[in-house]
Design a protein around this ligand. Structure first.
Ligand SMILES: *[C@@H]1O[C@H](CO)[C@@H](O)[C@H](O)[C@H]1NC(C)=O
Ligand SMILES: *[C@@H]1O[C@H](CO)[C@@H](O)[C@H](O)[C@H]1NC(C)=O
Length: 300
């Protein structure tokens, strides 16, 4: 074979593989996980987001539903333990062939920390980017407003959490107790939280959590600057109250989890794989324009 022919073959093979790469580098499907007081499919909420993403990005969008009906799905946000939810979603998504080549995940409010737990615990899934909107990665201490609940029910809720969040009963019964984080009593929180302290590797270190989280491409956290539901606001960016009091906060990089690198976040940050975004407005209040500009770059 003449040299020039060989060159031509190698050269065109190069072009061919580039073309193939472009054709197969299709946009990934998207999975949504709703928050408390919401469901998979309300048209004014995640049902609408789903339609918006389907039409503008043109991919398969799955909105997670817990249980067999919208009513069960709604209740699950309060009453089905996150560990159970994550396990169920892990098995559902693992058996969806449309997701087998990977997907991007978007968690809304508490769905944010549940989606992160899914990444950490469900080794079979291939999540590319994780986006959390108004998530509570370090939990909450206070519940100023409860979406979709009457103010009387919300008051009851708050009282229960204040007095009994760390009892076994509440940890088993009320979802919000599992990420109730009392900064005045860190030891008790670490010891008693049956969900958040575990996924944050606060009591002991589970290396699988670290390894699985490292498989993400980007971890994007969105904070709503005028949020009246998440207290403190910094939890949306993985910050929290400085231990021992409940007024001053510290950011992720000042926290024990980061400094001791208990979850691999320090390493991710060094590789520029943690993204902090902000949105003006109250909890989950965003415009389509904001969503396009800020989040579409992570959904392609
Ligand atoms: C660590 O997490 C994995 C995934 O959830 C789990 O299978 C394993 O049992 C955990 N290990 C410990 C020591 O808890
Ligand atoms: C932690 O839990 C153990 C076992 O349930 C208990 O004996 C211990 O007193 C708890 N410590 C704190 C600080 O709550």
């Amino acid at each position: 074979m003449r040299k020039s022919t060989l060159f031509a073959i190698v050269f065109s093979a190069g072009i061919f593989s580039t073309l193939v790469e472009q054709a197969t580098a299709e946009k990934l499907p998207i999975v949504l996980w709703h928050g408390m007081g919401d469901t998979c499919c309300f048209p004014f909420s995640l049902g609408g987001v789903r339609k918006f993403l389907e039409s503008e990005i043109g991919v398969y969008v799955k909105s997670i539903k817990i249980g067999n009906s919208i009513a069960e799905d709604f209740k699950s946000g309060y009453l089905v333990h996150p560990n159970q939810q994550v396990e169920k979603v892990c098995s559902d998504l693992s058996s969806d062939p449309k997701l087998s080549n990977g997907f991007n995940g978007i968690g809304f409010s508490q769905g944010g920390q549940f989606m992160r737990a899914l990444v950490q615990r469900c080794s079979d899934l291939r999540m590319n980017n994780l986006i959390t909107l108004g998530g509570q990665h370090q939990g909450v201490f206070g519940l100023p407003n409860c979406p979709s609940l009457s103010s009387r029910t919300c008051d009851r809720f708050r009282q229960l959490l204040n007095y009994a969040a760390y009892t076994e009963l509440m940890q088993n019964f009320l979802v919000q107790a599992t990420y109730w984080h009392d900064p005045l009593n860190e030891a008790k929180y670490k010891n008693s939280s049956t969900f958040l302290a575990d996924i944050n590797n606060e009591l002991s270190i589970n290396d699988t959590y670290i390894d699985n989280l490292q498989r993400l491409n980007k971890f994007v956290m969105v904070r709503f600057n005028k949020d009246s539901i998440v207290q403190p606001l910094e939890s949306q960016w993985f910050g929290y109250y400085i231990p021992g009091q409940d007024r001053e906060t510290q950011n992720l990089k000042e926290s024990e989890i980061f400094i001791e690198d208990r979850l691999g976040l320090k390493k991710m940050d060094e590789q520029n794989r943690i993204v902090f975004l902000e949105c003006e407005g109250n909890h989950l209040q965003f415009t389509k324009e904001w969503f396009r500009e800020s989040l579409f770059p992570y959904l392609k």
